[in-house]
Design a protein around this ligand. Structure first.
Ligand code: NAP
Length: 333
């Protein structure tokens, strides 16, 4: 393993040592800088993005599997500079600017330094800022995989499907709208009134305010039925989706709870034409490279809701829990 000449022995980090507690459960600590193993890189972090899953894990979403152990430094989506590389790393060297998704088992993003696997790290070109890059791994990765799962082709050669994107103003939704636009899909989107113009400007053809009766019904103003729904929020029942779907319409559920998994299993075993389909991100380097390329080429943007210094991370955590961000919440080191 190459030495890390510029890394100090300890670093500032933010961790929690038990389930629950929300922002008040986070603690500022000074801990040793981690060492990269064979296929890992040590990064000096510049920015990290908070995703709902980060605080849901703190709430106990995957208890007792995750977090693996306490104390736990949360957050996986980061951008930074390579400080040192493990002996098996071939594609990076100290000084490279990168975007990475850290291993969900170990987290590590709310810190000055973190180790990333080479297999989930990509180079960040100068056209892409650290904050814009950090926004990508979970949120844009999920939007990309959900759209690919429905057959979207991002060079516009796929079928002209009608899609509904719920919570189009959120971290996942804003990427989903832009990717669906690249794929040439007809997009109906839901969001709050204050974000309707933004969502339209990024490519939605029709936008519904989710707080109005029309918005809550999910009905397309032009009467179109949806071939697919990219469902980026919670609390909408199957009985609301069912009448607005085309004959074999599917709802790609990004936040599948127990009842939704039962419903989707029932749909599958009964060969129902309209189906609820749970979808979880499967992180991979090729997708991250593709997404960074879209930012570099100006084909997609990372919209930043707000930026917080690491010293103010509790505010960032609270903001994400409140659930009203427009785009990504970024912590800067
Ligand atoms: N399956 C996976 O692998 C995966 C990956 C990433 C995320 N997710 C899940 O996907 C969901 C979205 O994540 P995110 O990062 O996009 O969340 P987020 O950024 O926190 O979403 C916030 C946005 O949602 C809007 N919103 C809230 N309720 C809404 C509703 N009923 N209708 C329309 N808009 C609504 C809010 O608008 P207002 O401010 O106007 O209320 C806000 O702009 C989360 O549940 C997350 O856990 C799953």
């Amino acid at each position: 393993m190459a030495a890390a000449p510029t890394a100090p022995p300890t670093m500032r980090a933010v961790q929690y040592d038990a389930y629950g507690g929300g922002a008040a459960g986070l603690k500022h600590v000074e801990v040793p800088v981690p060492s990269p193993k064979k296929n890992e890189l040590l990064l000096k972090l510049e920015a990290a993005a908070i995703n709902p899953v980060d605080w849901k894990l703190q709430q106990g979403l995957l208890r007792p599997l995750l977090p693996r152990k306490f104390p736990f430094i949360p957050v996986t989506d980061v951008a930074g500079v390579v400080v040192a590389v493990g002996s098996g790393v071939t594609g990076f060297q100290a000084g490279d600017h990168v975007v990475a998704m850290l291993n969900s088992l170990y987290g590590g993003g709310l810190a000055e330094y973190a180790v990333a696997s080479e297999s989930l790290t990509v180079k960040r070109p100068p056209e892409v800022s650290a904050a814009e890059g950090a926004g990508l791994p979970v949120a844009a990765g999920t939007a990309l995989q959900a759209l690919r799962a429905i057959g979207a082709k991002f060079d516009g050669t796929g079928k002209p499907l009608n899609v509904l994107i719920t919570a189009a103003s959120g971290g996942v939704g804003l990427y989903a709208v832009q990717l669906a636009r690249l794929a040439g899909l007809h997009i109906t989107a839901t969001c709050g009134a204050r974000n309707m113009e933004l969502v339209r400007s990024l490519g939605a053809d029709e936008v519904l305010d989710y707080r109005t009766p029309e918005g809550a019904s999910l009905k397309s103003p032009s009467g179109k039925k949806y071939d697919y729904v990219i469902h980026c929020t919670v609390g909408i029942s199957w009985s609301t989706f069912e009448p607005v779907l085309s004959e074999s319409g599917k709802v790609m559920d990004l936040t599948p709870h127990f009842a939704a998994i039962l419903k989707s299993t029932l749909h599958r075993v009964t060969f129902a034409r309209k189906q609820l389909v749970p979808l979880l991100l499967s992180p991979n380097k090729a997708d991250l490279e593709f997404l960074v390329g879209l930012l570099r080429d100006g084909k997609m943007k990372s919209l930043i809701d707000s930026r917080f210094p690491l010293s103010d991370v509790m505010k960032a955590w609270e903001k994400s829990i409140e659930g009203h961000a427009t785009g990504k919440i970024i912590v800067e080191m």
